[in-house]
Design a protein. Structure first.
Length: 271
């Protein structure tokens, strides 16, 4: 009997205890069916939630605000952040105005209507001396993050590519490339068609040199990001300030009956 048991395929035996009884042979096939059912349920759950994951709003923050703000505004004594979105500042009608100004549609993960745009308001003492704002833009090999340092009237005084992937990243992040954007305003981009990548008639944007001709896609993506950045600041910050009485805080500004954003003063910052 013992020899017979030794010759049995123990891999085909599992035991189920019911009360005090140990009963028969249960094949692995039943367990496999259970595991398969669980796997199918998990897969269906993931598939059902995938569209929501793809549509999740993606903001753009400085990796090290304390360091980066000081590099872009050496004369600053402090800064604060506030947050704005197209959804809270005007919704679909505002989005359509922004798209018309851009001459292109907002699409994809980086351009949903509820993207929380982070704006850094820069101070020297009690005086607002500028803003830093970044946007995400789809590039050839992934996302590109382009930050602009702006004067209080919206003129570019600093340009910073925080994130870009590819062999041409060094050229696009060089000070010489960024210096080409200094002094430009939104109106300078009025003739630049982001879809075609041309300026009609040729003007200041046509004079911006591509430091990496082999990466034309990324160069055009950066130009689109700069124009988009300026448009968003114009609609979500500067226009709202002009409509607001006095020197009200951004967090108190109203558009279409809704707050334009939420203000947050970081510890260690002065105003």
């Amino acid at each position: 009997m013992s020899g017979l048991m030794d010759n049995m395929d123990r891999n085909n035996m599992i035991f189920r205890i019911t009360g005090a009884n140990v009963t028969g042979k249960v094949e692995k096939k039943g367990s496999r069916k259970i595991l398969l059912a669980v796997a199918i349920i998990l897969a269906l759950t993931l598939v059902a939630s995938w569209p929501a994951l793809l549509q999740a709003a993606v903001g753009c923050d400085l990796n090290d605000p304390g360091r980066d703000v000081k590099l872009l505004f050496p004369e600053s004594t402090g800064f604060r952040t506030f947050y704005v979105s197209v959804k809270d500042s005007g919704g679909q009608p505002l989005l359509e105005k922004i798209e018309r100004a851009l001459s292109d549609r907002f699409t994809g993960l980086y351009e949903t209507i509820d993207v929380p745009y982070t704006v850094y308001e820069i101070y020297r003492g009690q005086e607002v001396i500028g803003y830093v704002h970044g946007v995400n833009q789809k590039g050839r090999y992934g996302g590109i993050q382009v930050f602009l340092a702006l004067t209080p009237t919206g003129t570019i005084r600093g340009f910073y590519v925080q994130k870009i992937t590819g062999r041409s990243a060094r050229q696009f992040r060089s000070p010489e490339f960024g210096a080409q954007f200094s002094g430009l305003k939104l109106k300078d981009f009025s003739g630049y068609q982001v879809q075609a990548g041309v300026e009609t008639p040729p003007g200041p944007i046509s004079r911006i040199k591509n430091f990496a001709p082999e990466a034309e896609d990324d160069f055009r993506a950066i130009l689109r990001a700069v124009k988009k950045n300026l448009i968003l600041m114009d609609f979500l910050v500067f226009n709202l300030q002009e409509k607001s009485p006095g020197d009200a805080e951004i967090s108190g500004l109203l558009s279409a009956g809704q707050p334009a954003g939420t203000s947050r003063l970081h510890s260690g910052e002065s105003r």
